[in-house]
Design a protein around this ligand. Structure first.
Ligand SMILES: [Zn+2]
Length: 364
C-alpha cells in the first residue's frame, strides 16, 4: 500500500505536472488517482447527449436552409445594404495614419497618406431587420473608440436594440404604438434577423443567443471562430423558443462576395509574410495574418464595392409582391413587400450614410 509520504510526493509532483514512477519523477501527464476528468459527466439527455459520441464535423454541420427564391431575393437586398454601409464607412488605418500599407495602394491619397482618418474600429458592420422587414438599426465594430476588444458590431447592436425598445424610436422594433416599456423582453427579438459582414465570434453568438435572435446572415466566413454559431445552434434545445440564431452563410443565398472574400483572405494570409500589411516609419513591419487587417486591404474593399454596385444597380425585383409568412403560414401583418424592402433599404442607406454616423449612437 502506498505510504502517506509516497502519496504526498505524488500529490506534490502532480501539482507540478510531473509523473512519478517508483518515486522517480518522469516527464508526462499527471497521474493522481481519482483526479477529476476535465470534461463534464456524460449527460443523460438533451442535445449534448445526442452529440456526445459524434464527430466535431457532425456538431458543426447544420442543414442547408430551405429558402424560396423570393426569400433569397429579400435577404440579398439587405446583404447589399450592409455592403454599402461597410464601403461608405471604410477606414483601413488599423495601424495609424503614418506609415506604409502595401496592401492598400488604391486607398492612398498622397505619398504614404491613406483615406480613412482616425481608426474607430474594424471594418465589420451589422444591421438588424424586424419581422415586417424594417431595418431597426446598424452598428460597427468600435474596439478602437473604446480601447476594448469586446466592442463588436453585433453585441453593440443587440444591446442598442434592447435599449431602443424602451423608447418609441422611429426605427423601433414594434412600431410607434407599442408600449414604451415592453412587458416581456425575453423573446422580443425572436423575429429579428441580423446581417453581419463577418461571421460572429463567441461573444456575439452568445449575446444573440441570449437575445433569442431568429437568424444571423453573414457575408464572410471567419475561420478563427471555429463555427461557434453553428455549435450553439446545434446544441439549442429542439423545442425551445430560446434558441441560438440560425447561422446562414451568404453563399447559400448566391451572394458572390462570400466566396470571393474567403479566397482573397486565404491569399492575404499566405502572402502577408512576404508583403507586410503595414510598414511603420520606425520599427518592425506587421506581417500578421489577422482577418481584421485583411479587412483594411484593397482586396477586401474591392469586393464590398462590387456588392454595393450590384445593390445600386438593382432597380426592380422579381418577387415584388412577396411578403414573409408566420410559422403557421399566414402573411406577417403589415410586412413590407420585396419591392418596398428595396425602397426601404435605399432610404435606410440614405439615413445610415448621413444621419447615422459611425462612432455615435444613431438618431433620426
Ligand atoms: Zn463578436
Amino acid at each position: 500500500m502506498e505510504s502517506r509520504r509516497e502519496f504526498l510526493q505524488t500529490v506534490a509532483a502532480t501539482t507540478a505536472g510531473i509523473a512519478l514512477t517508483d518515486g522517480v519523477a518522469q516527464a508526462g501527464p499527471p497521474t493522481l488517482p481519482g483526479a477529476p476528468a476535465v470534461h463534464p459527466p456524460e449527460p443523460e439527455e438533451g442535445r449534448l447527449k445526442q452529440f456526445w459520441n459524434e464527430t466535431v464535423k457532425d456538431l458543426v454541420t447544420l442543414p442547408t436552409p430551405q429558402l424560396t427564391p423570393a426569400e433569397v431575393e429579400r435577404h440579398l437586398i439587405y446583404c447589399g445594404l450592409l455592403s454599402s454601409l461597410v464601403v461608405h464607412y471604410w477606414n483601413g488605418n488599423k495601424r495609424g495614419k503614418d506609415g506604409e500599407y502595401p496592401w492598400r495602394p488604391k486607398q492612398q491619397v498622397s505619398n504614404k497618406q491613406y483615406q480613412g482618418g482616425d481608426y474607430l474600429g474594424h471594418n465589420i458592420a451589422c444591421l438588424a431587420v424586424d419581422a415586417e422587414g424594417e431595418v431597426i438599426d446598424f452598428d460597427f465594430n468600435h474596439n478602437e473608440v473604446f480601447s476594448s476588444s469586446v466592442e463588436h458590431a453585433e453585441s453593440r447592436l443587440i444591446r442598442r436594440i434592447f435599449s431602443l425598445t424602451q423608447i418609441n424610436n422611429g426605427w423601433a422594433t414594434k412600431g410607434i404604438m407599442a408600449p414604451a416599456a415592453p412587458t416581456t423582453y425575453s423573446n422580443l427579438l425572436s423575429d429579428v434577423t441580423v446581417y453581419t459582414s463577418l461571421e460572429s465570434c463567441s461573444q456575439c453568438s452568445g449575446i444573440m443567443a441570449l437575445g433569442s435572435v431568429k437568424e444571423v446572415v453573414y457575408l464572410h466566413r471567419d475561420p478563427g471562430q471555429n463555427s461557434i454559431g453553428n455549435i450553439l445552434r446545434q446544441l439549442s434545445p429542439e423545442k425551445s423558443s430560446f434558441k441560438a440564431p440560425l447561422p446562414i452563410p451568404a453563399d447559400v443565398l448566391g451572394f458572390n462576395a462570400f466566396t470571393e472574400l474567403g479566397t482573397a483572405y486565404e491569399r492575404f494570409a499566405k502572402e502577408v509574410g512576404k508583403t507586410p500589411f503595414f510598414k511603420p516609419t520606425v520599427g518592425k513591419p506587421d506581417t500578421s495574418n489577422s482577418i481584421t487587417s485583411f479587412l483594411c486591404t484593397d482586396l477586401a474593399l474591392d469586393i464590398f464595392k462590387q456588392a454595393k454596385q450590384d445593390f445600386d444597380n438593382l432597380q426592380t425585383v422579381k418577387y415584388a409582391d412577396h411578403v414573409p409568412s408566420t410559422d403557421d403560414g399566414k402573411p406577417v401583418p403589415n410586412a413590407l413587400t420585396n419591392q418596398r424592402v428595396l425602397e426601404h433599404a435605399r432610404a435606410f442607406f440614405a439615413y445610415g450614410s448621413t444621419e447615422g454616423k459611425r462612432g455615435t449612437p444613431h438618431q433620426m
